[in-house]
Design a protein around this ligand. Sequence first.
Ligand code: CTP
Length: 142
Amino acid sequence: MKKYKVGFTTGVFDLFHVGHLNLLERCKAQCDYLIVAVCGDDYVTQIKHKQPVYPEADRIRIIGALKCVDEVSTITIEEVDDKMKALERFHFDVLFSGDDWKGSERYNRTEEQFAKYGVSIEYLPYTQGISTTDIKERMKYA
Ligand code: CTP
């Protein structure tokens, strides 16, 4: 029996790589049903000030095809910023997030808000040595 029923995580997942796979497999190892919300192209351009290489429709298809993912969805910029809004829509028991967010003011606040509803946050290790940004850099010299 797994620790949680419904797990939730979110991200851009552009140029899908093994760091993304590690994260999603670690999420699924802790929950029966994993929902992954893929950030839209508007989030990437407006918040990250980058252009996605793969458009959101393609990123959603790739994530949805993984056996460790039970449900894939889009997510609004407001829901990314305010995880209570994401909780209202997706009704998860646990939010999985990268451990680089642990102890931040934003996540400490979210932990307090979630605790009232019995919802947890689990921080998962970031896979060192690979990222979408890193792949783009490497491609320049390939
Ligand atoms: N992630 C991870 N290990 C990596 C890269 C990403 O665990 N090496 C996780 C992030 O913590 C996040 C999810 O994968 O929970 C989606 O991350 P995303 O920002 O889409 O991927 P990056 O490769 O980090 O993209 P970028 O370089 O544009 O920030």
